[in-house]
Design a protein around this ligand. Structure first.
Ligand code: GDP
Ligand code: ZN
Length: 393
């Protein structure tokens, strides 16, 4: 057994910390825990308690603490890297800079408020418009990353659809390289939606295998069909699988038309067999770069599919990003509020509203941004955030 003492404030929580390294195995750890818990004043940590203490002691800010939750939950290397960046405080740094610029603006306005001459007021208004305009733009940039951030965190919800026997389950298996979905020659045997996570070039996909689009009288199958309909609605990405060795079916063409505005990739499968499918009607609906010929069986075309997916979601630009993403609903809401406050301030300068009223808008923005990093947030919010932890980190 190894006991390490770390004195505050140079520990994770900024408090004195004792770490006990016990020998491997459940029994040894359990013994140590039992012995410790028998002592007065010693109890198990609540979920997230260490991180919460680190936050309350000013060791990390709220965004960084939230990033620790993301780290624990991350489902891909990239999501992990993004959370890691946030934990290091890159996003917080940008928020701090924004707040700093607003404080400087407020100070500037404060100085000029004592000079009620008309031209000073005009100059101050122009200055407010310029500075607030810049801040609005900066926030807009952060909000733009939100969509990608969400994708990286939660995965692209992907529905695989197509008539029975076109190769949906085989594709799912090829992507997961496991055999969790049942593959069979009997049409309509994929009865349920099976969820699976895969990573394509660092992009996490949450794959939903569906029971196919065929109408059926079989009750069990119908439930599957209904479920796959709702899966279709919630999907960010649709992989529409066709059998290239057969002519295109009327219902396939119809569904393709219905889905034409969605992010979709048409997979023309079974390219190892003689081809009978007509591609022209599909090209009339779907852009050519979103049509991928492949043979799941011969393991051909998977690379093309991966390329098509990253083109669709990241315009092939994913690698060049600096991994600073806004990906949290709380953050997005506060950023939007701060942006609105700043827009209100700009509007007010144009409407000739007195400067001391405009100051309130700017102050509001400053406070909303402060809430992001945990300046002046209520206890209930803190409790709510830290209760999301599932581990004693
Ligand atoms: P699903 O009903 O759409 O899920 O289709 P399955 O994945 O169950 O596949 C139906 C049949 O097609 C199985 O016998 C697969 O082995 C076969 N299959 C799937 N992909 C290919 C392919 O690329 N080429 C050929 N020749 N057969 C395939
Ligand atoms: Zn299937």
């Amino acid at each position: 057994m190894l006991v390490t003492v770390m004195r505050g404030p140079r520990s994770f929580t900024a408090e004195d910390v004792v770490e006990i390294g016990a020998h491997g195995g459940v029994v040894a750890v359990k013994r140590v825990l039992e012995t410790l818990l028998a002592q007065d004043g010693i109890r198990l940590a609540e979920p997230g308690e260490f991180t919460k203490r680190a936050f309350l002691n000013g060791r990390i800010d709220l965004m960084q603490a939230e990033a620790v939750i993301d780290l624990i939950r991350s489902k891909s290397d990239r999501a992990f890297a993004v959370a890691m960046k946030q934990a290091e405080g890159t996003l917080s740094k940008r928020i701090r800079e924004l707040r700093q610029s607003l404080i400087e603006l407020l100070a500037h306005v404060e100085v000029n408020i004592d000079y009620p001459e008309h031209d000073v007021a005009e100059m101050t208004n122009a200055y407010i418009r310029e500075r607030c305009g810049k801040a609005v733009e900066e926030i807009e940039k952060l909000l733009k990353t939100a969509k990608e951030g969400k994708i990286l965190r939660e995965g692209i919800v992907t529905a695989i659809v197509g008539r029975p026997n076109v190769g949906k389950s085989s594709l799912l298996n090829a992507l997961t390289r496991e055999n969790k979905a049942i593959v069979t020659d009997i049409p309509g045997t994929t009865r349920d939606i099976i969820e699976e996570y895969v990573t394509i070039n660092g992009i996490p996909l949450r794959l939903l295998d569906t029971a196919g689009i065929r109408e059926t009288t079989d009750v069990v199958e119908r439930i599957g069909v209904e479920r796959s309909r709702s899966a279709l609605e919630e999907a960010d990405l649709i992989l529409f699988v066709l059998n290239g060795s057969e002519p295109l079916h009327e219902d396939e063409l119809e569904l393709l038309g219905k889905l034409k505005d969605r992010r979709m990739i048409v997979i023309v499968n079974k390219s190892d067999l003689p081809q009978q499918i007509e591609l022209e009607p599909i090209k009339a609906i779907v852009p050519e770069e979103s049509i991928v010929r492949m043979s799941v069986k011969a393991e051909q075309g998977l690379d093309d599919l991966e390329g098509a997916i990253s083109a669709l979601f990241f315009e092939g630009q994913l690698e060049s990003h600096d991994l600073t993403y806004v990906s949290n609903v709380r953050h997005i809401t506060l950023l939007k509020q701060a942006q609105q406050s700043l827009r209100d301030a700009i509007e007010a300068t144009e409407a000739g509203i007195p400067i001391d009223i405009i100051q309130i808008d700017i102050r509001n923005a400053w406070e909303q941004l402060g809430e992001l990093i945990g300046d002046a947030v209520g206890e209930s919010l803190i409790d709510q955030i830290f209760s999301q932890f599932c581990l004693g980190k």
